[in-house]
Design a protein around this ligand. Sequence first.
Ligand SMILES: [Zn+2]
Length: 307
Amino acid sequence: MAKGGSRRILGAALLVAALTSTAACGASSDGAGRAVEGAPGPAAGQQAPAKTAAQLRAEQRAAVEKQRAVRAAAARKWGLKRVPLEAPAPPRTKPVITTRKGFETAGTGLPPVFTTVPTKEKVVFLTIDDGSDKDPELIRMMAELKIPYSAFLSDYVVSDDYGYFEKMRKSQPAGVTLNNHTLNHKYLPGLSYAQQEREICGMQKIIEKRYGKRPELFRPPYGNYNEDTLRVAKSCGVKAVPLWAAEAFPDHMEWREWDQDLHPGDIVLTHFRGKEEWKGTMPDMIRRVMDVITSKGYAVGRLEDYV
Ligand SMILES: [Zn+2]
């Protein structure tokens, strides 16, 4: 009750703030704070003269240019062949996501299992699994390039350094999310309902306790699941089960689709791995996958803006 009450009070405060700011902007703005061209300015002596529409446009242009320059400098610093493209504005309403054909279970009303998000935008999503390699360079690189990503964590490789993923979360508070990839990375269809519950809901609790938020996204190890998996996941707060359409390595890509290509809304999988496990470092892998994504004309978006 207390929670709902405080939310209502916050809502009312926001409404008052919105009304006040609309009133203060008066005739020279469209209510969203933007200046309207040709609208009459305030009468002399009433308030300081507002910036003209042309001035505001010039300031906006300068801010965008500055952002681009920062992005280009970061791309040079980290050795990217191309400057990553800017993601399109997130959709105003999230698309309806359904389970991919051939990926259904007998159950109904369960979280959707999908490999691509329905969108026409040239945007793809980067997801990084497991958590064994904990390269501080990766966190720095992604934060400086401002590339969003969703991590899917498995406790057996994360628990030796929860702090690494806390730094990751804080490095891009709006751009990084920490999600569920089970406690011990087992083949879930081989487990009973109760065992799956421990694996999935146990990890929900750990992520909530360590990082303050119960994940809404869950990815089963190896992409293997059954109806129990989805029932269990739903029972402890999972809303969606994103799999992947492509997988990135430091030296190559692997594709799910016959055309061996990216498509709007594709989810790209990769892993937290080091030089001992594959042919390069995490920054090497990011350089490679970003080159593929950018050269095909795609930007990296934030999965949670669409799901
Ligand atoms: Zn995994």
